[in-house]
Design a protein around this ligand. Sequence first.
Ligand code: ADP
Ligand code: ASP
Ligand code: MG
Length: 478
Amino acid sequence: MSVLVTKFGGTSVGSSAAIRSLIQITEHNQREWDHVIVVVSALSGVTDSLLRIVRTAQSGDDSAVKELYTQLRSRHTQVINELLTSERTEVQTAIDELLTECLRLCSGVQVLGELTPRTLDAIAGLGERMSARIVAAAFRDRGIAAAAVDASDLIITDDRYQDASPLMDATATQTKAQLAPILHDGTTPVVTGFIGATLAGVKTTLGRGGSDWSAAIIGAALAADEVWIYTDVDGVLTADPRIVPEARVIQKLSYNEVSELAYFGAKVLHPKTIRPVVERNIALRVKNTFNPEHPGTLIVQASQAITGAIKAVTAVQNLCLITVAGRGMLGVPGIAARTFAAVASQHASILMISQASSEQSICFVIPTTHADNVVLALRKELASELERRDIDDISVDMEVAIITAVGAGMRGTAGVSKRVFGAIGDERINVVAIAQGSSECAISLVVHQADAHAAVRAIHSLTVTEETVTANHRAPCN
Ligand code: ADP
Ligand code: ASP
Ligand code: MG
């Protein structure tokens, strides 16, 4: 019994034309696979709009709330009217019920003047609940049996609102129990991405962009053969096409390579998507809803390493570099541990760490939004060292970016760093800090934000993809 989980992102459900492509693609996939599960995001921009509405409600601006509500309703109504010949009234009623829930939650926020992460999740997830209903009805409109399924009945999570994680055993049990009868009936499940619920049934979300992860979680729960992420580009590209318009599609990547790319900013895949599939060796594919014939990018255990090659380059922006420095740190145990504990106390995640071998400084990169709180926490934790001048300073370099070159073929190959730094140097870009993971699958460097795009383009000029090398460069790798 072959099982395929497909996920369609915001632009892939963002208009009636896109939903028509989704249906055609699914009809095609259903000819090749025994069971196809469709996971959908909210219509593009809708999650942002929902969050804007509730924040506006908190500020007490009633007429702006009404205005945003009207825009959101007419966006969905337009798609319903363009797409459906039957069930228009029923689907519009279902959408209105969800939007009424939004208004009810907003008035609660307005009365209390308080907006909790839990309420944010209840509101943010409404977009997927609306889109799943529309897409399922569109299937039925074309004579294909389909049912909208809220993932809050499938994905059981912890209660870290806005950033929840699945409890995999409970999720697998629920997902199988809920989807098996639907699939058995020959009905296509159209499942909401992005959302889950706690064991107590309170709605959660998996974090922004989390629908990719939803598809991987459902794929793992059902022991699917493959998970395909449909988006608006032909696959994983050698760089963000908005920075490098000539970026090329990468045919094959290993889980390790794509993890580095996703972690270091390639928006095309949520970084947590990899873990559920890697643990079960489920192949992942990234494909284009608007160009479905293109094979896209295949992500598997071992890709073809191209000796010495950099396959892709990414950038994470809006970061700051914090440096804790002082001669008195030399050989003193525990400073690093206390530094990182202070950072963790502010729930800031560290993207990169670099320590000079003299042990006279530790520097690390965190999102700029956490900078002030982290510096305060560090000054408090290290107050006595600062007073004794064992630590001279805690300095913050605002507005930096991490640029990462990725490629498993870089492992054990001399000269890759030289080429990377050569390309950066040729552009006269100053490198602030460097790190290389032990997997040697990626080299990261910190540059000033203003140099980020130029640095990406410089490293992109070094990228090599399958079609540009000859077979004798190849060796299996992961
Ligand atoms: P979806 O709504 O389908 O999840 P996203 O907007 O989250 O789509 O991700 C797709 C977008 O990611 C692309 O349109 C592209 O602009 C951007 N992107 C950034 N880096 C890359 C990359 N290396 N390869 C492909 N796309 C990338
Ligand atoms: N709709 C959600 C978001 O915009 C989840 C997703 O699209 O993956 O973040
Ligand atoms: Mg996405």
